[in-house]
Design a protein around this ligand. Structure first.
Ligand SMILES: Nc1ncnc2c1ncn2[C@@H]1O[C@H](COP(=O)(O)OP(=O)(O)OP(=O)(O)O)[C@@H](O)[C@H]1O
Length: 347
């Protein structure tokens, strides 16, 4: 449904030129929710704006629903863009228009009759859960409601593709989840293809089928979300995965923790389980095989894309040679092991 072939974008020229996007290949199939995640300045906005040519790529071609947008003239491009809806972080509603009038705008521009517009807007407001707010002005709405209006407006011309530019970044976590649930519902009910950009792994985890990581204008890793959580290759990908997990070290341990091992101290580990390792009884195996005790401080096991993954904060207790062998055993069995430090026993 969306295909980017070696799309690159450089802003400016000469000494002040900024290459925001290096040649990028990306394919999003019909009905998929595809997330592109990256840090600030990585090139996410540039990438998504190249899809509907809000930014003209410096090189490469963009194909949406079989039409090569990069070959079109302005008039044809305006028509083709009707099949590509877009929503933004700050909603971009017209403040002087009511909810109804905002959603009606693209239909007015397409020359629909008043009766057609009324029927379609009513249907869309119902779809996004805003019946009864048709006559409100944007200033009277919450952030989540504003994004719902923006979604209804984007859907008005019956697009095949919806582009979401950090659509939930200005919303609180609860409202974020309700907007993500709405996007998922629309995706499933209408078969709409969604390409979103975000800096939050939670968004990817909640609704995406596929994900790509962008760094310095390059897609450094991409795949199905389930695969990604269990096989992430790059350190940046693993960092994003860790960012969805909350495992603080208890204060009581912090004050007994030091970087180096001292006589009698025990290693404090963060263990990352993905794929098969999450279901294997590796903790009890280690305990039996190497005569170590494993004291679990906290754990967080989650699902994403149908795959279980999780992290465990644990202190290993045993003789140094044994704890080292236990750590090696974990690593051999595809558990990510990070030694966070060494814990002194209570004074
Ligand atoms: N219009 C522009 N002119 C010049 N440089 C630009 C322009 N837009 C973006 N850039 C630069 O291109 C790079 C990528 O920016 P982009 O906005 O695409 O990243 P981003 O990942 O969306 O970041 P953020 O999350 O902070 O918006 C940055 O170095 C940015 O400064």
């Amino acid at each position: 449904m969306i295909r980017l072939n070696a799309v690159a974008k450089t802003y400016g020229a000469g000494a002040s030129a900024v290459q925001a996007l290096k040649p990028v290949d990306l394919q999003v199939h019909q009905g998929e929710i595809f997330g592109v995640i990256g840090a600030s300045g990585a090139g996410k906005s540039t990438l998504i704006r190249c899809v509907n040519l809000l930014e003209r790529p410096t090189q490469g071609s963009v194909v949406v629903d079989g039409i090569t947008l990069t070959e079109l003239g302005e008039r044809e491009l305006t028509l083709a863009r009707r099949k590509i809806g877009m929503i933004f972080q700050h909603f971009n509603l017209l403040s002087s228009r009511t909810v109804f009038q905002n959603v009606a705008l693209p239909l007015e521009l397409a020359g629909q009759t008043q009766a057609q517009i009324r029927a379609r807007v009513t249907e869309l407001l119902k779809l996004v859960g805003l019946e009864g707010r048709a006559q409100a002005y944007p200033s009277e709405l919450s952030g989540g409601q504003k994004q719902r209006v923006a979604i209804a407006r984007a859907l008005a011309p019956e697009p095949k593709v919806l582009l979401c530019d950090e659509a939930t970044s200005a919303l609180d976590p609860q409202t974020t989840q309700s907007i993500l649930a709405l996007l998922k519902e629309i995706n499933q009910r209408l078969g709409l293809t969604i390409l979103l950009i975000t800096h939050e792994m939670e968004v990817v985890k909640s609704i995406c089928d596929k994900v790509a990581i962008i760094s310095n204008g390059e897609l450094i890793e991409q795949g199905e979300v389930a695969w990604f959580f269990s096989h992430a290759q790059t350190e940046l990908a693993r960092e994003f995965i860790r960012s969805t997990i909350h495992l603080p070290i208890p204060e009581e341990y912090q004050c007994r923790l030091s970087a180096d091992a001292t006589p009698g101290s025990q290693p404090l580990l963060r263990l990352g389980f993905t794929g098969q390792s999450v279901d294997a009884p590796l903790i009890s195996q280690v305990s039996r095989q190497f005569a170590v005790d494993v004291s679990i401080l906290s754990a967080d096991i989650e699902y994403a894309g149908g795959v279980k993954f999780g992290f465990l904060l644990a202190e290993l207790q045993g003789e140094p040679g044994q704890t080292e062998q236990a750590i090696a055993y974990f690593r051999e069995h595809h558990i990510q092991v990070e030694v966070l430090g060494h814990v002194r026993s209570h004074d």
